[in-house]
Design a protein around this ligand. Sequence first.
Ligand code: ADP
Ligand code: MG
Length: 376
Amino acid sequence: MIRSVEELRDLKGIRVLVRASLNVPIQNGIVSDATRLNAALPTIHFLLTRGARVILASHMSDSVGSLRPVFDHLKKTMQLSFVDDVAGTRAHTAANALKDGEILLLENLRRNAGEKANDMGFAKELASLADIFVNDDFTVAHRKHAGVILVPTLLPSYAGFQFLKELEGLTPALEPKSPSLAILGGAKLVTKMALLQRLLEKYDRVFVGGALANDFYAAKGYETGKSLVSGMDIAKKLLGNSKIILPDEVTVLSANDSHDTPADELAPNDIMSDISVSSIRALQPVIEQARFVLWNGPMGHFETGFRAGTNELAKIIANAKGTSIVGGGDTLSSIQNLGVEDKFEFVSTSGGAMLDFLGSGTLPGIEALEQSTKIS
Ligand code: ADP
Ligand code: MG
């Protein structure tokens, strides 16, 4: 069990280090999508109402990114200060100067190499800024970084509301109700291997679409033309698994046009770019009969307009009776503007962390919070 931030009562005089998910897109020095910042607010507001002194920490892309644009954005709606330091003297001076109900934002954690190196010295400097740690960033919970897994060994640690929302939203997908269906698309089978293995253990049926299907076609010895094939050797080992459903028909981009074709009839110059609407129709009854559907990965190369398969799939899942959980960075981009997102039971925004969580049933950042319950 992990502790929820909600257990914290009177925090007057207490410094709380909050790892928040502030790694938002920046364009020309300005926050271009504040969705994640808004999701971080409930935990921050909760701590403030308890009288805490809040020290916000996050990474921003990699070692050169800055959180200053995030500071500029946040200060429009709340009072906070910013220190251009991670865990050095200036950060300590600023943290010590905080009064009850005040907020300090630290610079990008990854500016200190100790963060990614999972360095205990850095973790100690960071932890010494505060009395309590709250992890509200599920999106990094799969990383063995100092500010994810070491700080909870040094401070009594709690999960924030956004972290808990992801954890609670995704947990039903670990042991789905039968009949269950997992739908896996996207590209690069190697990044989804652990996930696919586990899905094949826990789900009744697993549909493989997107470029991942090419790996299976190649493993079967089909002509795959110029399609993206990344993990044929992995797919070979899974060919005999009767839970796997592959699309029978695909949409290819050929020299002159794009058209639908049986999956085993590609021409040498064809590029498999989507699964056809008729393949989705064939899957429709399985989706509609499922009590539980998990979906990750676009069905086609949506960036170049091959959206039909993904759109159709999204609508069918959204309208089906069973519980449905959807997630993945590109998956969410591919279904933006369809207006179906609120028809899923849960939409995960934690990207790679979601894939790892569903593939292994836990994450280093979750385990660290569990262990930290021994510290009071
Ligand atoms: P997510 O981020 O949702 O987990 P992935 O990162 O695994 O999804 O995959 C997304 C990528 O897969 C997209 O860039 C999309 O274009 C690509 N993709 C899906 N189907 C195909 C295909 N048939 N051919 C090439 N690329 C594809
Ligand atoms: Mg992706």
